[in-house]
Design a protein around this ligand. Structure first.
Ligand code: C5P
Length: 219
């Protein structure tokens, strides 16, 4: 049986950084499910489909083929044959992904792909609904969170380090809004699975979080 580790939590809690580090240490494959929602969102943007046009979005889902490949240990997302890994990390695509991930047909297509990947491979998968919906029988489930102030501060420092303008209060407000949207949507809202371990990374270093989760995997 393949080993499955699920990491869920709000935006900016450090899920991908932590999951990548653990995958490397344990020799598992890291599956970034947000990247899949982003690839779908890129398709909708390129097709000039409005984020509110549920009927149109539902009707084109079958034309979209999203797959994953691994090169030098890094995940690449393939959209209808094109490697879009470098194109999906923009605010525009992130916002579109957040808006279009609420639709049932979008979710069921990607959930099936995620479940298929986890069946045969040792994975550490991060997202919003992994422990609750995608891998309800995961061997280890973690709900990784951090305070709004702390997540806003990390994002603020990241932008400043890149030499970009940053407004701390605006960032904190955006994070609160996204938390609310992700937690209150009808299908697969962000919530801690009953059997997940809560890890609050507000006062922990990356290494401490990685070690805490590896301890859970070794139990
Ligand atoms: O994690 P990331 O910011 O890349 O995810 C983009 C968007 O995709 C999120 O805002 C979230 O709404 C959605 N998502 C989701 N379920 C997942 C992963 C991401 O709904 N498992």
């Amino acid at each position: 049986m393949a080993m499955n580790v699920a990491i869920d939590g709000p935006a900016g809690a450090g899920k991908s950084t932590i999951a990548k580090a653990i995958a490397k240490k344990l020799g598992y494959v890291y599956v970034d499910t947000g990247a899949m929602y982003r690839a779908m969102a890129l398709f909708f943007l390129r097709s000039n489909i409005s984020k509110d046009d549920e009927a149109k979005i539902s009707s084109v889902v079958d034309d979209i083929n999203v797959s994953i490949k691994y090169e030098d240990g890094a995940q690449h997302v393939i959209l209808n044959g094109e490697d879009v890994t470098g194109l999906i990390r923009t605010e525009e695509v992130g916002n579109m992904a957040s808006a279009t991930s609420v639709y049932g047909p979008v979710r069921s297509k990607l959930v099936a792909l995620q479940q298929e990947l986890a069946k045969t491979t040792d994975v550490i998968m991060d997202g919003r609904d992994i422990g609750t919906v995608v891998l309800p029988n995961a061997d280890v489930k973690v709900f990784l969170t951090a305070s709004v102030e702390c997540r806003a501060k990390r994002r603020y420092d990241e932008l400043v380090a890149k030499g970009q303008d940053a407004d701390f209060d605006q960032i904190a407000k955006d994070i609160e809004e996204r938390d609310y949207r992700d937690s209150h949507r009808e299908i697969s809202p962000l919530k801690q699975a009953e059997d997940a371990t809560l890890v609050d990374s507000s006062d922990m270093t990356i290494d401490e979080v990685v070690e805490a989760i590896i301890n859970l995997c070794n139990k």
